[in-house]
Design a protein around this ligand. Structure first.
Ligand code: FES
Length: 101
């Protein structure tokens, strides 16, 4: 199974393909907000994907629309509740509680 590394803690877990980054990060016991319950509406699950971006599921319209409204979004940005793991290893960086609003 592909490995997900979660910064800044450096936690690493194996994650089944098709699992959302949010599910994986929560199952690793790492802190991440998810106020809208994975509906791509709140933006609080915004993370930076530092490695393995191409392995993740493509950005669909609801995620794209929400990302457009978040300050500080860059080319590495994804909503953890929308991005699903592929076959390759991925490294994400949690942005803390100040992101996504
Ligand atoms: S949990 Fe709200 S956008 Fe991801």
């Amino acid at each position: 199974m592909p490995k997900l590394t979660i910064l800044p803690a450096g936690a690493a877990i194996e994650v089944a393909e098709g699992t959302t980054l949010l599910q994986a990060i929560l199952s690793a016991g790492q802190p991440i907000m998810h106020k809208c319950d994975s509906k791509a509406e709140c933006g609080s699950c915004h993370v930076f994907v530092q490695d393995g971006r191409k392995s993740l599921s493509k950005i669909e319209r609801p995620e794209h629309t929400k990302l457009d409204t978040i300050v500080g979004v860059g080319s590495k940005s994804r909503l953890a509740c929308q991005a699903k793991m592929g076959a390759e290893d991925v490294t994400v960086e949690l942005l803390g509680f100040s992101s996504g609003f």
